[in-house]
Design a protein around this ligand. Structure first.
Ligand code: GDP
Length: 431
């Protein structure tokens, strides 16, 4: 029995999907513990590409069960579409997918509110995906949320919905009258309720039973630590806690039962949406990384902002998550880039700062202090042994380890699982 969380230690899109897929075959159960269908894990295997937004990528491993934990916000329509997509690709879902009854649901008015907020925000835009995730979490914390268990029970659901509609209708005029919005929720309701019911379980109990059977459980985060609502670049963050600490809140696992945290980190940095990004490259090199790394959002197609590796941010994320081990991804994208730069500190005004600041003004004014490392040349894809990597690639890897304070357990050099170097380490979940 053992438990592992795979957590992003940058601004998301680190390549967690591939790593979870790589490790997932050992897991009996893969659990999502936060976020909604704003995430987009891309997994490539057998020459097929799967993009999953809500269902844990463990569903692609035939012997693995998946749980959507209580910390996730579930859009029943989006979930039904994803289940249909998987069935269309011959992936069995029934009996393998489970949804915690305490997860909150996203309804039509949450999506409308999300659009309204983004359109009104002007310069203060967060850059959300407009899928209603933020408003659903706001309702949850504001004690107006509707949980899966409530949604399944029409006698409970109806009055909760009416109360929410009454409160929100004045804000939602742009999207139609109160009765139109009510219809938007009710029209698909009966079918969605029938669809959801067979998947629903008591999440913490489900996990506890898996533990009692000595099963291996992998928890997968969506987004990354720098987008965490508490530890990220607030307010340009997601509405939940991707950090390892979020596992317990978002699934019901007891805190003393989480064994390992594996941080996933890209060999450079990307961020989607607005907000501080000290090492951003707004030049031709940034564009080249975007093209080579195919840095376009899996959910929205939005171009990702690209920049140098930020060891200040990653060091802070490693500490918050308690990562002893990391997976380095997309090293191949840096082929032929010379010199490579890594931010080792920031300058803010006259001050030299070595730790990631929480002050939003400091975050936006931080100017990176770079260390240069010579680049490596030639194709590294297809290399499966660390010793075969060019010397400068190894220098880069070792320096990153020193700077962020954790060891690499694996290095990814391409999209498929074969394009991975497994390092000789004590990391207990060997791929
Ligand atoms: P996630 O949300 O953290 O899972 O990240 P995404 O799936 O949004 O983005 C990762 C993208 O990079 C996907 O298209 C992956 O197939 C791809 N990818 C993952 N690892 C590597 C790698 O080592 N090299 C390259 N070139 N692409 C990779």
């Amino acid at each position: 029995m053992s438990t592992l969380v795979v957590v992003g230690v940058q601004w998301g899109d680190e390549g967690k999907g591939k790593i979870v897929h790589l490790l997932g075959h050992q897991a009996d159960l893969v659990v999502r513990y936060q976020g909604g269908n704003n995430a987009g894990h891309t997994v490539v295997f057998d020459n097929q590409q799967f993009v999953l937004h809500l269902i844990p990528s463990g569903i692609l491993q035939p012997g693995t069960d998946c749980l959507i934990g209580n910390g996730v916000v579930v859009d029943p329509e989006a979930l039904r579409d994803e289940v249909r997509f998987l069935k269309g690709r011959k992936v069995r879902v029934k009996g393998r997918l489970h949804i915690a009854d305490a997860a909150h649901v996203i309804l039509a008015y949450h999506r409308y509110l999300d659009c309204l907020r983004e359109d009104r925000a002007g310069g203060g835009k967060i850059g959300t995906t407009r899928r209603g995730i933020g408003p659903a979490y706001s309702d949850k914390v504001g004690r107006a949320g509707i949980r899966v268990a409530d949604y399944l029970n029409p006698d409970v659901f109806r009055p909760l919905l009416e109360r929410n509609l009454r409160e929100k209708a004045p804000l939602l005029k742009r999207f139609g009258s109160l009765s139109k919005i009510r219809r938007d929720v009710w029209k698909p309701y009966a079918a969605l309720r029938r669809f959801l019911r067979p998947y629903v379980v008591d999440g913490p109990l489900f996990i506890q039973r898996a533990m009692a059977k000595r099963q291996k459980i992998l928890f997968e985060s969506a987004q990354g630590t720098m987008l965490d609502v508490d530890f990220g670049t607030y307010p340009y963050v997601t509405s939940s806690n991707p950090v390892a600490g979020g596992v317990c809140i978002g699934s019901g696992l007891a805190p003393n039962r989480l064994d390992e945290a594996l941080g996933v980190v890209k060999a450079y940095t990307t961020r989607v949406g607005e907000g501080p990004f000290p090492t951003e490259l707004k030049d031709a090199l940034g564009e080249a990384l975007r093209q080579r790394g195919m840095e376009f959002g899996a959910t929205t197609g939005r171009p990702r902002r690209c920049g140098w590796f930020d060891a200040v941010a990653v060091r802070s994320a490693v500490r918050i998550n308690g990562c002893q081990w990391l997976a380095l991804t997309k090293l191949d994208v840096l082929e032929g880039v010379h010199p490579l730069k890594v931010a080792v500190a920031y300058r803010v005004g006259h001050r030299l700062i070595k730790e990631f600041p929480n002050d939003r003004q400091m975050q936006s004014e931080a100017v990176p202090v770079y260390e240069e490392i010579p680049g490596f040349y030639g194709s590294i894809r297809g290399i499966t042994r660390y010793a075969q990597l060019p010397t400068n690639a190894r220098r880069y890897i070792r320096r990153l380890e020193e700077l962020v304070g954790a060891h690499f357990a694996m290095i990814s050099l391409g999209r498929s699982r074969e394009e991975t170097i497994i390092l000789d380490s004590k990391f207990p979940w060997k791929p």
